[in-house]
Write a protein that binds this ligand. Structure first.
Ligand code: ATP
Ligand code: MG
Length: 643
């Protein structure tokens, strides 16, 4: 036996070795839940279970990657890695393998959130509904899918009501995606569930294949994710879920906390493990976080005791404004770096992405390396989307992607405006052809300069696609479109030159990624490689592209889930910022969920937690003057100190 289980405590050990039948680990932050499933995976492999039968689902690609590395490091022998993935990547694997059974064609593509809003916008416009409703419809579609509701399941009580309109939009949206052989992020969960429900043979195959299931951060699963896992586990019931009801923070996005609370009802025989120790943080941090969460009336009570030192009281800093706050943070980090600490030991956490700006400026000023996690994902960057849109047009299966066409038909500027695009759509509709074919062949455009240039570019690239490997094809796109010049158009300041350089560097990163991808998928034909690459990168985030990890991490508290750092700063601890300002999007803020977010943020820190607030803050173009956050008040005096 090569896995040393003595690196676990007794409760963790039991959970790691109980590999048949349902298991639930319901335990607080830092209690070693993730560590336990990592050891559990290694233990299973050691016990001779085929790695292909093991499936572990985690929250982010980064967490999946870390778990894979750690589990394999625990083993002596080299083995095939098990499937350690996110819900969305797993869904994509199923759709790619079995989408045909649901009437999709080969080489399904993923429609990202931005493009899905574009699609909805178009539908709303065509139907003559109010365009202010677009984001509400996008949200409603997403929530419906979380609940596994198809358009036909939507009940409408009043003709012409928003609900009636929503149903029509949802119908058209789904039909459009299907027609283009695309799925959106939520479909990546809903469609596999539909497959499993409608096709017992397929379900049986997947059940046999993924015989051992594990889900981390189970408290944040939606109904559809719950159902996906439930169906898969239904045959062998080898399912281990881990989570913490104190850390449920995605209710606003459709997560359903009852999934974890009702696990015992679904699996009455489940072996339940609770862990009372926190191995991550100091006593002060654990006790302070516990004192905050205690103010949630609906939270089940549980106690954690720290296995670490007492630690120092939480330094709380009152800044004059957001710049002052950012300077405080940056100076503290600078001083610690001078004493030999590493940038990667620090994280700055905030409620919303907008808070990162001032911190970025301050860190940049002191030349401290940092990275913003979340925010815009790598794939969403406009230069990457431009390259990807061209690739989509070159992908034989995906060339009908209307959104991709509209994105790049005028990149570089070819003088093709909205009027021409409308004309193109009309011709396509009459001819019952896709817009790309029309753009390429319709005689109406034979003499239009912009179209001549677009056609030339595409034809050159189609030739290149046959000859060049994918990474070189990406660089070729940038060359044929003279992309740097396009980026520079209308720009002159040196600042913008830097920006152009950065964007071109991102394009080389994309090419690097493609190069890695080629190596990992040697068995694929060129065409297949392009299609699968396109679908896969839609799920990539900045974190997956990161090379140098020795940087200060800046992220929202939502993103920080499951992670840990020696030193953590929570900034913007003010009423109206944190807790956030209700109501937003017509909902009233769920303060209990917001407080759980505070609990998540606080428990990321191992050694020292800093909390800061600002007497006035410049945010969203306004000066805000707010009181210190109630969460600061909720921390007993013995655990905090004004600095
Ligand atoms: P979260 O709820 O925040 O996701 P978690 O319960 O998943 O937390 P882990 O991240 O697995 O907790 O563990 C927290 C830290 O404690 C890690 O650094 C882990 O290596 C360490 N740890 C956990 N259990 C033990 C143990 N038995 N002995 C030593 N260190 C441990
Ligand atoms: Mg964890």
């Amino acid at each position: 036996m090569s896995v040393n289980l003595n690196e676990l405590n007794e409760d963790q050990k039991k959970a790691a070795t109980c590999i048949e039948g349902p298991v639930i680990i319901l335990a607080g932050a830092g209690s070693g839940k993730t560590r336990t499933i990592t050891y559990r995976i290694a233990y299973m492999i050691d016990a001779g279970i085929d790695t292909r039968n093991i499936l572990a689902i985690t929250f982010t690609n980064k967490a999946a990657k870390e778990m894979k590395e750690r589990a394999l490091a625990l083993l002596d022998d080299k083995v095939l890695p098990p499937t350690l993935t996110t819900f969305h990547s797993f869904g994509l694997t199923i759709m790619r393998k079995s989408g045909i059974l649901l009437g999709y064609r080969k080489n399904i593509q993923v429609c990202d959130a931005e493009d899905s809003v574009k699609r909805i916008k178009k539908i709303v416009k065509n139907k003559g509904f109010e365009k202010e409703l677009v984001s509400q419809f996008a949200d409603m579609i997403s929530r419906a899918k979380d609940k596994l509701l198809e358009p036909s399941d939507i009940e409408v009580y009043e003709q012409g009501s928003v609900y009636d309109q929503f149903k029509q939009v949802y119908y058209a949206y789904q039909a459009g995606l299907k027609n283009d052989n695309m799925v959106d992020f939520d479909d990546l969960i809903m469609k596999p569930v539909q497959l499993f429900r409608s096709n017992p043979a397929a379900l049986n195959w997947y059940q046999d294949h993924y015989r051992y299931l594990m889900v981390d951060e189970y408290q944040d699963t939606s109904h559809s994710q719950f159902e996906l896992v439930r169906l898969l586990a239904d045959k062998y019931k080898n399912i281990c879920v881990v989570g913490d009801d104190y850390q449920s923070i995605y209710g606003f996005r459709g997560a359903d906390i009852s999934n974890i609370l009702n696990f015992k009802n679904h699996y009455p025989s489940a072996y339940t493990v609770t862990i009372g120790q926190n191995y991550r943080s100091t006593h002060v941090i654990v006790n302070a976080a516990a004192a905050v969460i205690e103010n949630n009336p609906d939270q089940l009570k549980k106690k954690l005791c720290s296995m670490q030192d007492n630690g120092i009281p939480i330094p709380v800093h009152a800044a004059d404004d957001d710049r002052d706050e950012a300077n405080f943070v940056a100076n503290k980090i600078m001083k610690a770096l001078d004493k030999g600490r590493q940038p990667k030991e620090f994280a700055v956490l905030y409620r919303k992405n907008a808070f990162s700006r001032s911190i970025e400026d301050a860190l940049m000023h002191l030349h401290i390396p940092y990275r913003i996690f979340g925010g815009l994902s790598f794939y969403q960057r406009s230069e990457i989307k431009d390259m990807v849109a061209y690739l989509k047009l070159l992908d034989v299966e995906g060339s009908g992607d209307r959104i991709a066409l509209e994105r790049v038909i005028n990149v570089p500027k070819r003088g093709i405006g909205q009027a021409k695009i409308k004309m193109l759509d009309e011709i396509a509709e009459k001819a019952d052809d896709n817009s790309f074919n029309v753009a390429m062949t319709a005689p109406e455009f034979d003499k239009v300069k912009g179209f001549i240039s677009f056609r030339e570019a595409i034809k050159t690239l189609q030739e290149s696609a046959k000859e060049l490997p994918l990474d070189e094809l990406i660089l070729k796109i940038s060359e044929v479109t003279d992309y740097p010049t396009y980026l520079m158009q209308g720009k002159s300041k040196s600042d913008d030159e830097d920006e152009v350089k950065k964007r071109m560097l991102n394009i080389s990163e994309l090419a690097n990624k493609a190069n890695e991808y080629i190596k990992e998928h040697e068995d694929m034909s060129k065409e297949e490689l392009l299609s699968t690459f396109l679908a896969d990168i839609a799920l990539l985030t900045d974190q997956d592209m990161a090379k140098d990890d020795n940087v200060v991490s800046l992220m929202t508290m939502h993103r920080s889930k499951g992670l840990e750092f020696e030193y953590v700063f929570i900034i913007g601890c003010e009423e109206g910022c944190f807790p956030d300002d209700p109501p937003y999007m017509g909902n009233t803020l769920d303060v209990q969920e917001d407080r759980r977010l505070c609990y998540v943020g606080m428990t990321r820190a191992k050694k020292v937690l800093f909390m800061t607030y600002s007497k006035q803050r410049y945010l969203y173009g306004q000066i805000k003057i707010n009181d210190p956050s109630r969460y600061l008040d909720e921390i007993p005096d013995e655990y905090k100190k004004e600095v």
